[in-house]
Design a protein around this ligand. Structure first.
Ligand SMILES: *Cc1c(COP(=O)(O)O)cnc(C)c1O
Length: 388
């Protein structure tokens, strides 16, 4: 008898839970532990092979979260980290060696670039940034010393969609490890590991948490790279507190319903914005007008609530009038929670392989779980405030 792989909603509902092992409790409880005691000398001497041996090396709560991440991302193994940035730096450090060369998308998350420029460079690791849209053309940038290709799709702030399979195939031909920052999809709308990517990291802070109350990073990976990642992870003493792991598991349970709401409301607001005279361009890959739309359809089963738009030129006072009057849209870092956010962004200042000059102010929106009509109403009033 063949057992069909359970659907994604079934997986996020049941993954990382074993009630029979916890007095029937539906959720894996919070295990706070540093010391783990062994019943006798033989067990103590055999502890190297025990899954539970010391709090820093994981507890039943963090192990449950790792198992859940594997189920979500379709990976062999997973590691959890105290922030998305820590997941990023752990992966980059694991592949760092003197003289190595990394290829990183020009659309990557700011702190990813900073780690390459400020930390890796000090140790003689060189990074080349590449145009996120070059696809198979990545091959011409590969050098004998290239060790890692870093993707992020859609790109931070600018939302270019990458041809992940084409880049991964080129990397494979040269024995190069591939990594993707999969935060935008939450791992719910895209499983890069199934496309041949070796490592998929996320800021679990965003959609896995879903409630703006948690810092977390996840590293999903295939077996061949696991030991290397784990070694770096252990050397740096990376670990996640049991309460945080519990919150992440709790967030994960409702991911499906949340993501579907983010998807439909985000597209609704994006379509509305595209028709407004104050808006030059909407940066949402699910809109057919987006240059990455065909690739988005190829790789993603849906869109999260994060996208951007470019405004026609306005002066700073007008922009402040628009931004300062919002009540439903908060202004602040991060996204992926239940609530809507708006921030201006300026990708032009850090890009090096490509230029970002869309002709007006770029704005990033996170569409939360509110009624989309209320959000549209609030945006309409905000755009009206541009006129004195
Ligand atoms: C927020 C974010 C991160 C970093 O996550 P933290 O948990 O804030 O450290 C990494 N990648 C992307 C794409 C992000 O948006």
């Amino acid at each position: 008898m063949t057992i069909k792989t359970p659907g994604l909603d079934t997986r996020v509902t049941h993954c990382g839970r074993a009630p029979a092992q916890h007095f029937g409790a539906v959720n894996t409880p919070v295990y706070r532990a540093s010391t783990i005691l062994f019943p006798n000398l033989a067990a103590l001497e055999a502890k190297e092979s025990a899954r539970l041996r010391y709090g820093r090396r994981g507890t039943p709560t963090t192990h449950a979260l790792e198992d859940a991440i594997c189920a979500l991302e379709g990976s062999d193994r997973a590691l959890v980290a105290p922030s998305g940035v820590n997941a990023i730096s752990t992966v980059l450090m694991a592949f760092a060696e003197p003289g190595a060369h990394f290829l990183v998308t020009d659309s990557s998350y700011g702190p990813t670039r900073k780690f390459c420029e400020h930390t890796l460079r000090k140790f003689g690791i060189e990074t080349t940034y590449y145009d996120p849209t070059l696809g198979a053309g990545i091959e011409s940038l590969i050098r004998p010393e290239t060790r890692l290709i870093w993707m992020e799709s859609p790109g931070s702030q600018t939302f270019e969609v990458q041809d992940v399979a084409a880049i991964t195939e080129a990397a494979r031909r040269h024995g190069i490890t591939t990594v993707i920052d999969n935060t935008w999809s939450g791992g719910y709308f895209f499983q890069p590991i199934t496309q041949g990517v070796d490592i998929s990291i996320q800021a679990g802070t965003k959609y896995i948490s879903g409630h703006s109350d948690l810092m977390l990073g996840t590293i999903a990976c295939q077996a061949p790279v696991y030991e290397r990642l784990r070694e770096t992870y252990l050397r740096f003493g990376v670990c996640v507190g049991a309460d945080d792991a519990y919150l992440a598991l709790r967030g994960l349970r409702t991911m499906g319903v949340r993501m579907r709401h983010h998807h439909s409301s985000g597209i609704r607001v994006a379509n509305w914005l595209a028709e407004q005279p104050e808006v030059l361009q909407v940066l949402h890959p699910a809109l057919p007008s987006h240059p990455g739309h065909a690739l988005w359809k190829q790789y993603f089963t849906g869109a999260s609530g994060l996208f951007g738009f470019v405004m026609k030129p306005v002066d700073h006072d007008a922009l402040a009038r628009m931004f300062d009057g919002f009540t439903l849209f908060g202004m602040g870092s991060s996204w992926g929670g239940f609530e809507s956010l708006i921030v201006p962004s300026n990708p032009a200042v850090y890009r090096t392989a490509t230029t970002w000059a869309p002709g007006g102010q770029t704005v990033r929106l996170h569409i939360g779980l509110e009624d989309p009509e209320d959000l549209i109403d609030e945006l309409r009033k905000g755009l009206d405030r541009l006129r004195p």
